[in-house]
Design a protein around this ligand. Sequence first.
Ligand code: BDR
Ligand code: CA
Length: 315
Amino acid sequence: PIKVLFDTDPGVDDAMALLFLHRHPAIELMGITTVHGNARTDTTTRNALYLGEHFGLETPIARGAAEPLVMPKSPPPTFVHGDDGLGNVGLTFEPTRRPDPRPAYRLIIDTVRRHPGEITLIAVGPLTNLALALKEAPEIAPLVKEVVVMGGAFGVGGQGGNITPVAEANIHGDPHAADLVFTAAWPVTVVGLDVTHRVLMTDADFRRLRELGGEDGDFMWSISRHYVDFYSEREAIDGCYVHDSSAVAYVLDPSLFEVRQGPVRAVGDGLAMGQTIQRPDDRDFPPTAWDGLPSQRVCVDVDGPRLMRLFMDTF
Ligand code: BDR
Ligand code: CA
């Protein structure tokens, strides 16, 4: 199995991605770390504990960073994920299980050291926990098998951001952390809006999940009502884009995607804060601040229908 450590801010699509990991037989979930983003860290941690208890996830859940490395934290996007981060479904839940006593970055470091060369980090929220792990123990980078990030927008086919004209929410949520993660000596694949906006989950898909997907399907249907309303209104689509589960799908089947090689950076401040930029390896530029940075992979195309089949078949 593929050993995955999941860094997340649940989050409607985060919860769906977590169930996708949990139910797919090729995945061994080694831990869950929470972060600020779609809601405050208290809430994303409570949601992760809820998912853990409710769906029988036997894996450590560690609470992560409550704010970005450098910037002041911004208010959570309750208009996308609801006040509770799970579409205002009205969960009344007091966790009986405690989170792992370690902070998220510690759980990341310990897990990577215990399984050198084997851990895939899937990060689908702001990248603060991964950056803190790198700062504390930079030597773990080459021990990580792969880092797969849902985040960013690289302008492929004119694709812009979703929180500013150029920035995607996860990267905007902690651009300094993102820049550290992209430029570290571990192999990174970035699954950004350039591809996730080409993976559409329709409301008919959600209805099918509710009918055929048992308890998982029922849950995904309920938490997605507010989220689907938001996307249907804002983007004039009948359903929603598939962000976080696309990162999971990349790990399960990279042949769904086309990637472009080259170093990646995130803009830390100013008007373009949170913008992600790749310098493609096949383009020549004079010596710049990019030289010597590791070449990473950015997803530039995806087979959306095939990805959706993989997701739906899993349930
Ligand atoms: C990303 O931001 C969050 O709203 C989603 O959970 C996803 O990780 C999309 O920009
Ligand atoms: Ca997320």
